[in-house]
Structure formats: structure tokens, C-alpha cells
Design a protein around this ligand. Structure first.
Ligand code: PMP
Length: 430
């Protein structure tokens, strides 16, 4: 049966030696109290927390798990490279192979540069775009997450308005708002950042929008600005190419992250021929950017992306989950808003202005061995089987029944800070 005493003990120890007990969005401070903060191990689609409770995991490490945790072929490639060496005096020869692989897969890419985190890649995109254009402004969708560096961090603490002196904002995925921002900064726009679709926390997700994508491309071309597609969250979950390939819109630069090494730390910035010189002119590096083990894992991961039916399978299991949950919610008298691509589901409740239903339901699912998130989009990995989806639905049925048994008018608001996050999300939607 489900317990969390070890987790509580670890949180107490952590509070003494880790600021806030934990930081960033992997902190459980805003999640229901029963969500585990610390984990012990993982395998396939399953995850075990510090108390050894087992979960079918729908967060996939906030994205990086694409093929299943501890994927045999990927881990064998990583282990084989580990035998040769990892962080060396310079890159391993496989860096060239990996760059060839990405350039071969991504239609708009003629070169690739590797780094560790998504923030490295998005920050590098700003530098390359400015070096190429000689212009200053970076246009970013308001409230859109591009990482935790001062130019883009969502948190105000320790950040100066000067850090964002040349960041300007438009209404995310809104062509008119982008056109207005372009006009306001005409002559000085280095880059426009976009994500393939709206995937912010506490809000409904969207599907990729061809009208916005085409208009962003047109406006960038008219202004001589670089279009940066931030695919850190979406890489290879929507497509084996970049996510706007299906819309016929090519970005100038794109940031790839999270999944490239199926969990090994590696991210990338890729771009077109016209940006090769600028990309070669900027000074960017890091002690661990050239480590060979993640590159070996990436070559193995991308081979599976090219050669297997992983994308069709995550689409199918994602669809089964969405349909099953919709039926189940209706049977219990609830309505869900399930939005975004099925491989990256966001699940919110209708008529749940303070997310009390969503918090109770996801906490009940966690206690039943299903790790669902109340306000962040989730991720489907290729190790998730149809039987896992069936097991998930059995548990969520229990979670809906538990919710229905509550006095719904008086569900607790476990995290009052959620109110402020919801207000911010509503302001973005207005
Ligand atoms: N861009 C997007 C769209 C992201 O989702 C993320 C991570 N959630 C980042 C950038 C930053 O990536 P990282 O956390 O690896 O620095």
C-alpha cells in the first residue's frame, strides 16, 4: 500500500541543505501534498519514488523520456561509450556523426551545435540571431517558457529589467499581436521566438496553428528577423522532422532538447545555411557540452526515431488514454478539457476555477500508482503499452469515484498560490 514516510524524511533533510528544499519546476511545492518529491529508480514507463511506490509515469522526467526509461539500445550505446571515455580534452569523433544525423533529419538544418539544457540552446539562439542581424530585439510570446536564464526566466527574483531591456513581448500564437510588436520595433528585431503550439502551464494547450506559423515566417522575412522555433519540449514527439514541417513553415533556427539522448543530458541548436557564419562567430561553450556519452545515447535514440514506429505508437496510446478518460469522466458526471497533441496531453477539469477538482483527482491517481500532473502538460513515451493505458484507466476510475464521493463544494484549496498562477494564465488568455 502507498506510503510516503521516506519522502517526508528526505524533504525534512533537504530543507536544511537545499534552498527551499528543492527549486525550479521539479519542486513539488505547488503540487498536491502527497506528490513525491524524490525518486529512486525507473524502468520503461514506470517510476518508483523514494518510498518505493510504483507509478505509471506520465511526466517522463518533464519530457526527456521518449522511448522508455533505461531503454536497452540507448543505454547499451551509452555504456559502450563510457568504456571509451566521456568528458575528454575535446569532443569525441561521434560529435561529427551526431551533427550529420540531426542535419539529415531536420529539414531546415544545415549545421548543429550541442549543449546540455534547453536554456543553453535558446540562449545561444539569441546570440546567433543578434550576431547575424546586428539587431537587438528578441520578440517572445508573453508568458511562454524558454528557460531559466535572466532574459527569459519566469521568476522576477534577482532579475533586472536591464536583463530584458531588449526583450519585447507579443500575445502568444497571435499573428496580429506579432505584427504589432514587429512594427513597434521595426528595424531592430533580431529574432522572433515561438513554440510549435501553446503549451504553457495552468492553461489549455493548443494544436499547431498553420496561420500563425505562416504569418510569423512572413513577418520575419519582411523584417529580416530570424524565426526561432523553440522545440525543447516538443522535439520528436510530434514529428521525426521539426514540428512545423507538416505546416510547410521552416524556422531559421530551432532549439532541440529534452528527448535527444532519451534522458542523457544533451540539447542542440540547429540552423540554416545563412546562419552558419554567425553561428561560427559566437563564443559559446561549457565544460560538459562535448561529453561523449550523451552523444552516443543521442545517436542511438535518433536511429530509433528514424527507424521505428515509436511516433505512431505514442499517438495511438495517447489517443486511447484521451478517449478512455473522456468516457470515464462523463460516466462519473465530470467534464475534462483534454487539449494539445495526444502525445503531450494537458488534462484540466471544466468548472474548476481554482483547480480543486484537478488537484484532488491527480492526488488520488498518484495514491493509486498513476503519476499525472494537475497543471503541466504531460508526455507519452513509447514504452507505454495499451495494457498500461488500461491499468491507468482502472486507477483513474477509482480516482474519479473518490472525487465524486467528496463534498465537491468544500474541496480544500491545498495550495493557495495556485490562485495567482491561474490569474496570470487567465490574463494571458484574455
Ligand atoms: N523551452 C521550452 C519550450 C521548454 O519547455 C523548456 C523546459 N521545460 C526550456 C526551453 C528550457 O529547457 P531546460 O530546462 O532544459 O533548460
Amino acid at each position: 500500500s502507498w506510503t510516503n514516510s521516506r519522502n517526508a524524511e528526505l524533504k525534512e533533510r533537504a530543507a536544511k541543505v537545499i534552498p527551499g528544499g528543492m527549486y525550479g519546476h521539479e519542486s513539488t511545492a505547488l503540487l498536491p501534498a502527497d506528490f513525491p518529491q524524490f525518486f529512486r529508480r525507473a524502468d520503461g514507463t514506470r517510476l518508483w519514488d523514494a518510498d518505493d511506490n510504483e507509478y505509471i509515469d506520465y511526466m517522463c522526467a518533464y519530457g526527456p523520456n521518449l522511448l522508455g526509461y533505461r531503454h536497452a539500445a540507448v543505454d547499451a550505446a551509452a555504456r559502450a561509450q563510457m568504456e571509451l571515455g566521456d568528458t575528454l580534452t575535446g569532443p569525441s569523433e561521434i560529435m561529427v556523426t551526431l551533427a550529420e544525423v540531426l542535419v539529415g533529419m531536420l529539414g531546415h538544418a544545415e549545421w548543429a551545435m550541442f549543449c546540455k539544457n534547453g536554456t543553453d540552446a535558446t540562449s545561444m539562439a539569441t546570440v546567433v540571431a543578434r550576431a547575424h542581424t546586428g539587431k537587438r530585439k528578441i520578440l517572445v510570446g508573453r508568458g511562454v517558457y524558454h528557460g531559466a536564464a535572466p532574459w527569459c526566466s519566469p521568476g522576477p527574483a534577482g532579475i533586472l529589467s536591464d536583463d530584458r531591456a531588449h526583450i519585447a513581448y507579443y500575445r502568444d500564437q497571435d499573428p496580429q499581436s506579432l505584427a504589432d510588436a514587429m512594427k513597434e520595433h521595426a528595424g531592430d528585431v533580431a529574432a522572433v521566438f515561438a513554440t510549435p503550439f501553446r503549451h504553457e502551464t495552468f492553461r489549455d494547450q493548443a494544436q499547431p496553428d498553420a496561420t500563425f506559423a505562416r504569418e510569423a515566417r512572413r513577418l520575419c522575412d519582411a523584417e529580416g528577423a530570424m524565426l526561432v522555433l523553440d522545440e525543447v519540449r516538443t522535439s520528436f514527439r510530434l514529428s521525426r522532422d521539426h514540428a512545423w514541417a507538416a505546416l510547410g513553415v521552416a524556422p531559421d533556427l530551432s532549439s532541440c532538447g529534452k528527448v535527444i539522448g532519451n534522458g542523457q543530458p544533451i540539447s542542440a541548436l540547429v540552423g540554416g545555411e545563412h546562419l552558419r557564419k554567425a553561428a561560427g562567430s559566437v563564443f559559446v561553450t561549457g565544460s560538459f557540452w562535448f561529453s561523449a556519452v550523451p552523444m552516443a545515447a543521442a545517436i542511438a535514440t535518433l536511429k530509433i526515431v528514424r527507424e521505428s514506429d515509436y511516433l505512431e505508437r505514442i499517438t495511438r496510446t495517447g489517443t486511447l488514454l484521451r478517449e478512455g478518460l473522456a468516457r470515464q469522466a462523463a460516466d462519473h458526471g465530470f467534464a475534462l478539457r483534454q487539449t494539445g497533441p495526444v502525445q503531450m496531453p494537458q488534462i484540466l477539469f471544466e468548472d474548476d476555477p481554482e483547480m480543486r477538482l484537478g488537484y484532488f483527482w491527480t492526488a488520488a491517481a498518484v495514491r493509486r500508482g498513476i503519476y499525472l500532473h494537475p497543471y503541466h502538460n504531460m508526455f507519452i513515451n513509447a514504452a507505454l503499452s495499451e495494457a498500461d493505458v488500461a491499468a491507468t484507466l482502472e486507477a483513474t476510475d477509482g480516482a474519479f469515484a473518490a472525487l465524486k464521493a467528496q463534498d465537491l463544494k468544500h474541496l480544500p484549496l491545498e495550495r493557495p498560490a495556485v490562485r495567482e498562477r491561474l490569474e496570470r494564465a487567465a490574463a494571458l488568455s484574455a
